[in-house]
Design a protein around this ligand. Structure first.
Ligand code: CA
Length: 224
């Protein structure tokens, strides 16, 4: 899942970005409201973390402008503790939820998961398809009851395939949701990761789940 973080304080931004990356999110950081607005309009994100206090264009203005432009990405507003007006203004501007600074990382991650769940219309933390189970809270994967160890990026890729299974997903959709803006589109990283995932998920299994749809993309699908 790909997240846009709009935060002008570098120390805070790098702390949050690092934590999100450790939890298998792809993260782009914008240091100003103007940059955040531009990035949110031109790329597709699964969620936006928006600091309310930014120099220049404020978080509230960014939020309003995005909703006016019909960008419906879930927005989690980062506000100052105790300021009820900021929270109310944030929600009125079109934010989906808010979190008061300073916050515990565990709470930020939980709110983010809740937002994306609402957006994707999925209720559980566990995704299941055929004999494959992905626990998004514990970051655990089981196939036919046996644990499979994945790296953070492999997990993010599998999670995205699972959320959309058995649909076909194009390579560019995968790039948009699993990688950040520094992804080199000429590289074959998607193919490399799909192959690694295949080794771990499908190798030695009688029923293969990861499909390549030539010229289109990939899907997680059990052949009838
Ligand atoms: Ca700030």
């Amino acid at each position: 899942m790909r997240v846009l973080l709009v935060e002008d304080e570098r120390r805070v931004a790098s702390f949050i970005a690092r934590a999100l990356r450790e939890n298998a999110y792809a993260v782009d950081v914008a240091e100003t409201g103007e940059a955040g607005l531009e990035m949110a309009r031109s790329s597709s994100y699964d969620a936006i973390l928006l600091d309310i206090r930014l120099p220049g264009l404020s978080g509230l203005e960014v939020c309003r402008k995005l909703r006016e432009a019909e960008v419906e990405t879930p927005i989690l507003m980062l506000t100052a503790r105790g300021l009820v007006e900021e929270r109310v203004e944030g929600l009125d501007a079109g934010a989906d939820d808010y979190l008061a600074k300073p916050f515990a990382l565990a709470e930020l991650l939980a709110r983010l998961r809740a937002l994306m769940r609402r957006n994707l219309g999925r209720s559980g933390a566990k995704l299941r398809y055929a004999d494959l189970e992905v626990d998004r809270h514990r970051r655990r994967v089981l196939r036919n009851g046996s644990p499979i160890l994945l790296t953070s990026k492999e997990f993010a890729l599998l999670e995205f395939l699972m959320l959309r299974a058995p649909e076909i997903i194009t390579r560019s959709e995968i790039v948009e949701h699993v990688w950040d803006c520094h992804f080199d589109s000429t590289s074959n990283l998607v193919e490399v990761y799909i192959n690694r995932l295949r080794q771990k998920i499908d190798h030695d299994q009688p029923h293969k789940l990861i499909r390549t749809v030539r010229g289109v993309g990939y899907s997680l699908r059990l052949e009838a």
